[in-house]
Design a protein around this ligand. Structure first.
Ligand SMILES: Nc1ncnc2c1ncn2[C@@H]1O[C@H](COP(=O)(O)OP(=O)(O)O)[C@@H](O)[C@H]1O
Ligand SMILES: [Mg+2]
Length: 262
């Protein structure tokens, strides 16, 4: 059965999109069938996978508005085993438009139900807010992966996010798990970076992924070529880190894994 993972943190710039795209690509390379849903009106995952956002006719927005069905909006990407539901520019309006709908927190869940089992993993790239779109992702998800930047104020806002997750568990989705906290943009030369790692591990212990994503300039470059880090430079630290994360996730799920690409 397909597993739905929301990648969420209401802070912007912490590595949500980078993680969603590259974890999805890594799982695809490890021969899992993966669907990425771009649920951020900024559409960075869509453009990062080489799709021209302006040319998107139907995407997550039309899906949530029930204008189209999931299988009509799924597009193939250049990355093996990775499909995408792109974001559409109009999605900016969705928070307002969904407000009056009955079941407004359950739209994403309803939409994914018919296609869930076609995939091993469905990853949802969330917007930097705790608005209705993110709430929909948390209600639809089996688990949530929380990227945390190894920077000043790393834990700022985390309490609020964890409270939101608790209330979703209480009201809408009792089975929602925390997949893990993922340390991103780690720079081993910086004392601060190391302090954040120590602090997060001390507080959250085995909730934190063993894999740490290092700061790697190639991860910043790849999206402008519309490629995952694995396609852009498979030998880079970034590619190694995301392959390692994918393997860790598969091991946590008790899935058979290959330890390397090819
Ligand atoms: N590990 C990393 N090393 C270097 N740059 C990174 C890394 N992770 C993300 N970035 C860059 O940092 C910026 C913010 O990352 P992004 O994934 O878009 O965050 P979010 O989706 O949480 O807003 C982007 O320009 C991205 O390319
Ligand atoms: Mg993003």
């Amino acid at each position: 059965m397909g597993k739905i993972i929301a990648i969420a943190n209401q802070k912007g710039g912490v590595g949500k999109t980078t993680t969603t795209v590259n974890l999805a690509a890594a799982l695809g390379v490890l021969e899992k069938k993966v669907l990425l849903i771009d649920a951020d009106p900024q559409a960075n995952a869509t453009s990062g996978l080489g799709i021209d956002v302006e040319s998107v006719e139907n995407g997550t927005y039309q899906l949530l508005e029930h204008i189209v069905q999931a299988k009509e909006v799924v597009v193939k990407t250049n990355s093996p085993n990775l499909n995408l539901i792109p974001a559409h520019i109009d999605m900016v309006a969705i928070e307002i438009e969904l407000v009056d709908k009955p079941n407004r927190e359950y739209m994403m869940k309803e939409i994914l139900a018919p296609i869930k089992d076609e995939y091993d993993y469905i990853l949802i790239d969330c917007a930097p807010s705790l608005g209705l779109l993110t709430l929909n992702a948390l209600v639809a998800a089996d688990s949530v992966l929380i990227p945390i930047q190894c920077e000043y104020f790393a834990l700022e806002g985390l309490g609020k996010l964890l409270n939101t997750i608790k209330s979703v568990q209480k009201i809408h989705n009792k089975d929602l798990d925390i997949e893990g906290l993922l340390l991103t943009m780690y720079d081993p030369r910086l004392r601060l970076s190391n302090q954040v790692v120590d602090e997060v591990r001390k507080h959250f212990q085995n909730m934190v992924f063993k894999t740490v994503i290092h700061r790697n300039i190639k991860l910043g470059e790849a999206p402008s070529f519309g490629e995952s880090i694995i396609a852009y430079d498979a030998t880079s630290q970034g590619a190694k880190n995301y392959i390692s994360l994918a393997n860790e996730l598969l091991i946590n799920h008790g899935k058979n894994t290959k330890t390397s690409v090819r």
